[in-house]
Ligand binder design. Structure first.
Ligand SMILES: NC(=O)c1ccc[n+]([C@@H]2O[C@H](COP(=O)([O-])OP(=O)(O)OC[C@H]3O[C@@H](n4cnc5c(N)ncnc54)[C@H](O)[C@@H]3O)[C@@H](O)[C@H]2O)c1
Length: 344
């Protein structure tokens, strides 16, 4: 048995899980000790591959009944997230939950309420908030270098075609959901981190590439959403999963003292030359590969918060609930041809 404080059980042993296991095992307090998968798995093989002692389970119920497991990490198909997360909360396990939390707002609320009722903490994998790009961007904002933001855009450009492992389930509405739910949610979530005011309403339009790579998709794979904030600010988020170009996580934030554009900025406060951008040294988000994602920093923050009995910073269930309210309102607007939708 692990000598670390938190034993973690993985639910769903796919691509994301492999990156999660390394990140959890690299944390100071946690170790993966159990894995459930719909495929038969061998405990000895898993232990040899990932280190430590890992027990394979062939039902979620048996894994959740194990009193030695303190945290579960749900990396299954999106349509399975709600039932598994609610069952985990009822079993009093803290929860790491891959995005999307679920593919409908009632399910997201169910997960949030089950965690609150059972006194367990949640971490949603909006790990981009812990990336070098977003941490540096947020620090520039928090230092007041660009003043008060009145316009911001964060966009996600990443073609999820047949060359991508998720494609087989991502093309379906049931698990893929929408351009925002399947991947654009990272950009919308990052925009909401940079612009913390309450969103009043959203207007969204969606479309689809003519490329045959994307023909099998059951939903529109490009969407653009305009956000109207209650404080008068305006935001924009493009979620483009049918492009043929390098991965691009675009950030442009405009404030009363300056702007941030990706890894560049201008700040009147610093009296830099407005005719030229100043450089911001950072690692830009430039890949959809889970092995490049900052899960380790995110999970470390989650376990540190568990130690203190607190909600984790930045990506708690409550933080993610705010993002998903905007996403589902945007998808409703797009389905209605761009009618503005109030964010409840
Ligand atoms: N945060 C991110 O940036 C990020 C990146 C990748 C995936 N994800 C999310 O992680 C979750 C899982 O995605 P993934 O890419 O790991 O998907 P995946 O297809 O690799 O695995 C998903 C599930 O499918 C099961 N599975 C995989 N192959 C199987 C097979 N041949 N037979 C039976 N079951 C099989 C796995 O056990 C797992 O439960 C999704 O919610 C996805 O949106 C998030």
């Amino acid at each position: 048995m692990s000598t670390k404080k938190y034993n973690v059980g993985i639910i769903g042993y796919g691509w994301a899980a492999t990156a999660h296991i390394d990140a959890i095992n690299a944390s100071s307090q946690a170790q993966v000790t159990a894995i459930y998968s719909s495929r038969p798995l061998d405990s000895a093989t898993l232990s040899a591959k990932h280190g430590g002692k890992i027990k394979a389970y062939d039902t979620v119920e048996a894994l959740l009944a194990d009193p030695d497991i303190h945290v579960v990490d749900i990396t299954s198909y999106p349509s399975q997230h709600c039932a598994q997360a609610v069952a985990a909360a009822k079993a009093k396990k803290h929860i790491i939950l891959e995005k999307p939390m679920a593919n409908s707002m009632p399910e997201v609320i169910q997960i949030f309420e089950a965690a609150e009722k059972n006194g367990v903490k949640g971490c949603v994998c909006f790990e981009c908030r812990f990336s070098s790009q977003m941490e540096a961007t947020k620090a520039v904002i928090d230092q007041g270098l660009i003043g008060e933001i009145h316009y911001g855009e964060v966009d996600y450009y990443h073609g999820i075609g047949p060359w991508y492992g998720q494609y087989r389930w991502n093309i379906g509405k049931k698990d893929g959901g929408s351009a925002l739910l399947t991947a654009g949610c990272h950009a919308l979530d990052a925009l909401l981190m940079c612009m913390p005011g309450e969103v009043d309403s959203v207007t969204s339009f969606s479309t689809k590439s003519k490329s045959e790579y994307f023909t099998p998709y059951e939903y529109d794979t490009s969407a653009v959403t305009i956000l109207k904030f209650k404080n008068g600010a305006v935001g924009k988020c493009a979620a483009i999963v049918d492009c043929l170009q390098p991965y691009y996580f675009h950030t442009h934030l405009v404030g009363s003292h300056g702007s941030v554009l990706d890894n560049k900025f201008h700040s009147a406060k610093l009296k830099t030359n407005k005719a030229q951008w100043s450089g911001l040294s950072m690692k830009m988000l430039d890949s959809g590969d889970v092995s490049d994602h900052p899960y380790q920093a995110q999970f470390q923050a989650f376990f540190d918060a568990l130690d203190k009995g607190q909600d984790m910073p930045l990506t708690s269930f409550r933080d993610a609930l705010r993002t998903f309210k905007v996403i589902f309102a945007a998808d409703q607007s797009a389905a209605n041809g761009g009618q503005p939708v109030k964010v409840a």
